[in-house]
Write a protein that binds this ligand. Structure first.
Ligand SMILES: [Zn+2]
Length: 239
């Protein structure tokens, strides 16, 4: 995801993106800036992280009616190492520089024998949940989708949008159904108002939202991309 940076003189929380006034935030040792609200809900110990992961996994299985039975290891590393991994493995930089460092909270990878979700300690609860949803969605896609079919159906240029767009859709839909509507709105604002118009994550999310409207109640929720393989109908309006 690429972020617009025209508001250079404004400080945003690196985690929840709230606008912060001078003196109302703290600067972490790696340069990221964090609002007071995020500082109060930070998840620090290994036990807290594992508990939150387990809770997120169970909620996702219930909400999206799926079962993820892959072995997933949680590995705690620092944001700088995650930024380096993003650069090495994914050829893009999302460094914790005091600009938007949300992407450096977590990354999912396949190690020798199982999936690993690398996570940085100290992120606020809702951001860490979001990262777990993104990681688990990727693992689900990796197991359930046939990569060659997805590639030939949607084309190489759209691959990022197909994968990333669904994980953003899942994060926002999850937040709406677990009573964190404010964070759901912030996430959407972040994707729609803070990225370039042609950003692949933005376009992918818009297409998922068009084909799978978001719901604020589990009773009114209709089909989800987890129940449809391949997920998006052609032609797509946004891609
Ligand atoms: Zn914050």
């Amino acid at each position: 995801m690429r972020y617009r940076k025209e508001k250079q003189n404004i400080h945003y929380c690196d985690y929840c993106l709230v606008e912060m006034r001078q003196g109302k935030f703290e600067t972490l040792t790696d340069g990221r800036e964090r609002c007071r609200n995020c500082a109060q809900t930070d998840i620090n110990t290994e036990e807290q992280i594992l508990e939150l992961f387990e809770e997120t996994l169970q909620n996702m299985e219930k909400i999206f009616n799926i079962h993820i039975d892959e072995e997933v290891k949680i590995s705690i590393i620092d944001a700088n190492t995650i930024a380096q991994k993003l650069k090495d493995d994914h050829e893009f930089v999302c460094a914790p520089t005091g600009d938007f460092g949300q992407g450096t909270v977590s990354i999912v990878d396949y190690d020798v024998e199982c999936y690993v979700i690398y996570v940085d300690q100290g992120a606020p609860k809702n951001v860490m949940i979001s990262c777990f949803i993104a990681g688990l969605t990727f693992i689900w896609q990796d197991k359930k989708w046939n990569g060659d079919d997805i590639l030939s159906r949607y084309g190489e240029l759209n691959l990022g949008a197909i994968y990333e767009g669904m994980s953003i859709w899942a994060e926002i839909q999850y937040m709406l159904l677990t009573n964190d509507k404010e964070y759901a709105k912030r996430l959407e604002w972040f994707v729609l108002d803070f990225t370039e118009n042609d950003d692949i994550c933005r376009l992918g999310y818009l297409e998922y939202k068009r084909q799978f409207p978001l719901s604020e109640s589990i009773d009114t929720m209709q089909k989800t991309p987890f129940q449809k393989i391949p997920p998006l109908e052609l032609p797509m309006e946004n891609l």
